[in-house]
Design a protein around this ligand. Sequence first.
Ligand code: GRF
Length: 189
Amino acid sequence: MSKKRVAVLISGRGSNLQALLDAEQDAYEIVLVISNVPSAAGLERARAAGVEAIALDHKPYGKNREAFERDLDALLVQRNVELVALAGFMRVLTPFFVNAWKGRLVNIHPSLLPKFPGVNTHARAIEAGETEHGCTVHLVVEEVDSGEILGQATMPILPGDTPETLADRVLTLEHELYPRCLAALARAL
Ligand code: GRF
């Protein structure tokens, strides 16, 4: 079975990208990393791993999200990308992009979905009195953070936990969960 050609979309530090790069890439191969933020540290991580890294700044597109996504899509198609992984990509995608990559577009979210879609998940989990927390890998659909769940990792919330301590521990789980789920999806496609 040939490895699936994967692009990772980022906006920032790229620790999940690093985990995807460091994992044994036997089912997938990361061939391209694109950031909508030109200063994203994750671009350097990609280059250090010998992977093509492109900054596609969304700002010149103004409010025209779809025009940005059409250029993004063109880059992916040019490189024969088969699977797209969002890893801290901080742009909500329009139906154009989501439908173009339906079933081949995944995201990692720092909560046990369907609990706490959106932002500030760790603080909201504490405020809600949750005893468990974690992360979710899911297919991307038009509604944010609500596609089919491919995998979850769970951990207890401990007395004295803060949003920061939770963020640290959830991130460790993310780094283990994402490569596993991406590989499983790559094998299934
Ligand atoms: C992660 O917590 C991820 O779940 C969320 O954004 C964060 C990205 O971190 N979507 P990094 O850029 O992968 O370090």
